[in-house]
Write a new protein. Sequence first.
Length: 142
Amino acid sequence: MRWNTPLSEEHAALLLQRLGIRPGARVLDLGCGWGELLLRAVAAGGVSGTTVTTGVGVDTDDAALARGRALAADRSLDEHVTFVKGEAASSRETGDRVLRIGASHAFGGTADALKALAESVRPDGRLLFGERTGSGLRRPRR
C-alpha cells in the first residue's frame, strides 16, 4: 500500500504541484503516517544544491514512523526529513507548507483543526487540509 489515505498517484501529483514547494521550504506533515506525501513534497522542493527543502513528520504510530524513516533512507532523503513521535494536535512545529490529511478529530473537529493549523503555517505559507467524508461509496440510483 503506497498511501495511508485514499489518494491516487494523479491526485497526489496535482496536490504537490499546487503546493508550489520551493527550494529551501520547510514541509510539516501532522499525522504523517509513514510520510509518503511528505517525502514526495521534500523531493519536489529539491534536496541538492545550497538551498535544500526539509521536512518534519509527526505521528503517534511507531511502526509507521519506522517505515517512514526506512523509506527516507531508501530515497536518500534521511538527511532532509525527520520523523517525530508525537500528537499532531499538540505539535508546536511550523512549516512553509503544512500537510494534514484526515483525522481532524484529533483537534476536536474541522473548525478547531483549521484554527489550530493556522498557527502552524508560516507567513506566506500554505496548508493542505484534507478530510474524508462519508464512506466514499455511491449508492446506485433507482
